[in-house]
Design a protein around this ligand. Structure first.
Ligand code: HEC
Length: 129
């Protein structure tokens, strides 16, 4: 009985950490500490589900690659590009179009944002041209 309980306990511990792709694995290791497994965020960390309201707005793509959590992640440019493609699909329901490329991410992360919160408001409230 005790062994069974331990086995169930271990299974429950392992479940939330199950990763189906290396992008999800990178998310769990590098992002979920702040953003949580389901992206809902934590104290002072906004929900990634709000990414949907920025979708298609000028500057949003660059912003998502330039926020400190993404730009400064210990992942190479190709891995970060793949992670962002996965992340945008997961939290907006649509793949970024065009997809992020290694070269684009390399360029974007060289200029991290000084005030991400203000930049997000600018993008969200921009009057469409
Ligand atoms: C230390 C905590 C922390 C970690 C780790 C972290 N983030 Fe964040 N993230 C934040 C905070 C806080 C914000 C809100 C903007 C800001 O203040 O930087 C944010 C905002 C974002 C946004 C903007 C979403 C939107 O539209 O508002 C994206 C995209 C993002 N993070 C992706 C990532 C990715 C990808 C990783 C992992 C590689 C990651 N973050 C790791 C704290 C973190």
């Amino acid at each position: 009985m005790k062994a069974l309980l331990i086995a169930i306990g271990l299974l429950l511990l392992a479940l939330p950490a199950r990763a189906d792709s290396y992008q999800e694995h990178d998310y769990i290791l590098n992002c979920s500490g702040c953003h949580r497994m389901d992206g809902t965020g934590s104290k002072n960390v906004p929900s990634l589900h709000a990414m949907a309201e920025l979708r298609g707005k000028p500057g949003a793509r660059a912003y998502w690659a330039q926020v400190p959590g993404a730009a400064q992640a210990p992942l190479n440019d190709a891995r970060l590009a793949a992670l962002l493609n996965w992340l945008v699909q997961r939290f907006t329901g649509h793949s970024p179009s065009p997809l992020y490329t290694e070269g684009q991410v390399k360029r974007l992360r060289r200029t991290p944002l000084t005030d991400p919160v203000a930049r997000r408001v600018e993008i969200r409230d921009a009057i469409p041209r």
